[in-house]
Design a protein around this ligand. Structure first.
Ligand SMILES: Nc1ncnc2c1ncn2[C@@H]1O[C@H](COP(=O)(O)OP(=O)(O)OP(=O)(O)O)[C@@H](O)[C@H]1O
Length: 307
């Protein structure tokens, strides 16, 4: 048995096929305690299928899932009891209040401790707790779903696209809740999204899945480092300028007639300009070109990068 209790989720060669189609392909996820793990991928990439396997809702075709260091297939009740989840839009009894809906779930799960008021407070629904759910906005319903996930006082929550379909205010509320989970409640979070901007704002760790394959898994900082601005230099003789700058240790590439310098070069704009001018080059333009996380995401998903 794996005794690394710091690892909340670990999958080993997790694979799911539908017929001959491989929808989740040899995925090795690693989610450590205290992280907000952003599980990112375009629609149809395999996020929900992976999450359903993590929660024991569907079986892997191959590979395995370890939760809290234990195999899900052997310790199902024990490990799933420590996880709260929100997968797909939750359904409620519309004529019952938020409070009553949570009471129903509490009974259904056989939870002894009454944490309803506490979780309603956490998701900021105390004020609306005694209104029928049919009058709730989509954002409120989603927050009620998160309250339901928190009812069993979980060590970890798994949220599948929790901001889907919400308006900006709803998105903000859910984002705040996610950020508070490790900080205030010691809960580890795995949250999926198809939007890089969503993950960028909450995650400490990122896994990117595309076409069923995990193409990136590292800290958000590593992903951001990839996004350091590049320098675009336009000169009349880019080939000669490239040779000069390469001679000085710059990784200079020519693309679409301009010279491109990587990463840290942007800090040396003045020096680079001076070197070029002193060597007789006419520099008509130097600009910093920021790469958004979207650019990097496209780079990663466009190419078949395997990590
Ligand atoms: N029960 C099923 N039978 C056949 N194919 C399926 C089944 N469930 C999912 N798929 C296919 O598996 C692929 C991955 O689906 P999945 O729902 O995991 O993606 P996703 O990343 O969660 O995307 P989305 O955000 O659109 O739900 C899709 O192409 C989907 O059509």
């Amino acid at each position: 048995m794996n005794t690394n209790t710091n690892m909340m989720i670990e999958t080993k060669h997790l694979t799911r096929r539908y017929g001959t189609r491989v929808v989740v392909d040899d995925v090795n996820l690693q989610v450590k305690k205290g992280e907000i793990y952003g599980f990112l991928g375009p629609n149809g990439a395999g996020k929900t299928t992976t999450i359903r396997m993590l929660l024991g809702l569907i079986r892997p075709s191959a590979g395995e899932v370890l939760l809290f260091g234990r195999e899900l297939s052997r310790h199902r009740m024990e490990v799933l009891g420590k996880i709260g989840s929100l997968v797909e839009s939750p359904s409620y009894y519309g004529h019952l209040t938020g409070h009553e809906n949570l009471q129903t779930i509490q009974k259904l799960l056989g939870l002894k401790k009454n944490r309803i008021d506490e979780v309603l407070e956490t998701v900021r629904l105390t004020k609306d707790a005694h209104r029928p759910v049919k009058g709730y906005s989509l954002g409120m319903k989603q927050r009620l779903g998160i309250a339901a996930a928190l009812l069993r006082d979980p060590e970890m929550v798994i949220l599948d696209e929790p901001t889907n379909g919400l308006d900006p205010a709803g998105i903000h509320e859910v984002r705040q809740l996610i950020l508070d989970m490790p900080r205030q409640h010691g809960i580890t979070v795995l949250v999926s999204s198809h939007l890089l901007s969503e993950i960028d704002q909450v995650a400490t760790q990122v896994g990117i899945i595309n076409g069923g394959r995990l193409i990136f898994q590292d800290s958000i900082d590593v992903l951001r480092r990839e996004s350091r601005p590049r320098l675009r230099v336009v000169t009349e003789r880019p080939g000669a300028a490239q040779m000069l700058l390469r001679g000085q240790g710059h990784a200079a590439e020519i693309e679409a007639g301009a010279l491109w310098l990587e990463g840290g070069a942007a800090e040396n704009i003045g020096a680079i300009n001076r070197e070029l001018v002193l060597a007789g080059h006419t520099v008509t333009r130097i600009e910093e070109v920021k790469r958004s996380l979207e650019d990097i995401f496209l780079d990663l998903t466009g190419k078949d990068v395997s990590l």
